[in-house]
Write a protein that binds this ligand. Structure first.
Ligand code: UT7
Length: 325
């Protein structure tokens, strides 16, 4: 059987880092009251990175991609598929993936497109890349999650603006006779489209509606806890594995309480949960590849380890990918 396996990873956080104390002070100057204590207690977030105003998702994606290429000893020309998961593209079109292709100097005409599944974007993108490799459409894919969520935050809304940050993570997936991605489980339920959304749009040269993020946090929290467990279990079943086979849980980094709850439901020790939300907040589609790259570089994740990657977010969308690293 043919697999796709992760050859290498990379990530990038823009240099401007704001601790909770920095953000609390900035918000206080605007008359918005919050505290380090509230943010840490409710979310586990201690800091986030914000890109400079002129820096776009494709630039963050480019830095993460260069790192993944370098870690894999590869050149841009070795890539024959580019998928970028993002909900904060540089422009309406073309896609961030084609802009990234151009930045990397890839002129081999390989397919490049974006996947928009918000915070589940990376598991969606990884699954699509895996499928395209399995059907021999591609041999080596660059899969990136890149976001500048700071651009779509309402800094007067304390219920959302303390939660998100900017960043990018990348993996290179390659056709292989050895595993590899073992199973994926993806879902969406559009009935919940309003609990996490940016309702505005561009039309007739104007921004129509509100172009900032709206979230019913408690509603998202409640749904997330249930679906993350069911998606992980479905992926395990498809692969003929059980909870006990997972070496590392690498979930979407939105809220430490959601992540801990999933870890408990999967009967895993907290030692096996990869946590980076404290350092970069919720970076939407970038958060899973950022956490994966951290886990690889820190030496936690080793070759052969069984990884459960899982995402959940706006749409409502969710999914899990079981990978032997
Ligand atoms: O990335 C996609 C997936 N997204 C998620 O997974 C996010 C899921 N949701 C969450 O993580 C949590 O629901 C939040 C962190 C967003 C909120 O935590 P919560 O424990 O659900 O708090 P809450 O929304 O129920 O608010 C509790 C209180 C409220 O005050 P009252 O009504 O009890 O007086 C809020 O007004 O906390 C207040 N509050 C704040 N206080 C200080 C809300 N935001 C803040 C804030 N600082 N930044």
């Amino acid at each position: 059987m043919k697999y796709s396996r992760i050859v290498s990873t990379g990530s990038y956080l823009p240099p401007r880092r704001l601790t909770n104390a920095d953000l609390v002070a900035e918000l206080a100057a605007k008359g918005v009251e919050t505290s380090d204590e509230w943010i840490v207690d409710r979310t586990g977030i201690r800091a986030r990175h914000f890109a400079a105003p002129e820096v776009t998702s494709s630039e963050l994606a480019y830095e993460a991609a260069l790192q993944a290429l370098s870690s894999g000893g590869l050149q841009p020309v070795d890539i024959d598929l580019i998928i970028v998961a993002t909900s904060t593209p540089d422009m309406v079109f073309p896609s961030v993936a084609t802009i990234l292709q151009n930045k990397l100097g890839i002129t081999n005409g390989c397919p490049a497109f974006d996947v928009q599944a918000v915070c589940s974007g990376f598991v969606y993108a990884l699954t699509v890349a895996d499928s395209l490799i399995k059907t021999s459409t591609a041999k080596r894919a660059l899969v990136v999650g890149a976001e500048v969520f700071s651009r779509i935050l309402d800094f007067k809304d304390r219920t959302t603006c303390v939660l998100f940050g900017d960043g990018a993570g990348a993996v290179i997936l390659e056709a292989s006779d050895t595993p590899g991605i073992l199973a994926s489980d993806l879902h969406a339920d559009g009935r919940h489209k309003d609990i996490l959304c940016v309702p505005g749009t561009v039309s007739g040269g104007l921004v129509l509606g509100d172009p900032t993020l709206k979230m019913d946090g408690p509603a998202v929290f409640k749904l997330a806890v249930g679906v993350l467990e069911s998606a992980a279990r479905a992926a395990l079943t498809k692969a003929g594995k059980t909870d006990a086979d997972i070496d590392w849980l690498i979930p979407h980094q939105a809220n430490i309480r959601i992540m801990q709850s999933t870890t408990k439901k999967l009967k895993m020790s907290m030692e096996k949960l990869i946590v980076t939300v404290d350092q970069h907040g919720n970076t939407s589609a970038a958060s899973i590849p950022l956490a994966l790259d951290f886990a690889v570089r820190s030496g936690k994740v080793k070759r052969g380890d069984m990884l459960m990657l899982e995402g959940v977010g706006g749409g409502f969308t969710w999914g899990a990918v079981l990978v032997q690293y």
